[in-house]
Write a protein of this length. Structure first.
Length: 76
């Protein structure tokens, strides 16, 4: 799943309620991820504005790299 960066707040309306209830958030209401970019929902990865406070493209790209490496670890 890819959530596109469009400079707006996150829209979780397309995520089924039973999954959304399992999603953990930081005190700043950002999605909590582990060191591999995986959320509290197994096999769901996140990065960029939805997980950090930096709100910039460089950080989002770095998060994407971390998540891609995490996905690779999961699949191999």
């Amino acid at each position: 799943m890819v959530i596109e960066a469009i400079g707006q707040g996150p829209d979780f309306s397309f995520i089924p309620k039973q999954l959304l209830e399992k999603l953990e958030f930081t005190p700043q209401r950002k999605v909590k991820v582990d060191e591999n970019g995986m959320t509290s929902i197994p096999r769901i990865f996140a990065g960029g504005d939805i997980v950090n406070l930096n709100l910039d493209a460089v950080t989002a790209i770095a998060d994407a790299k971390v998540a891609a490496e995490g996905i690779d670890k999961l699949l191999t």
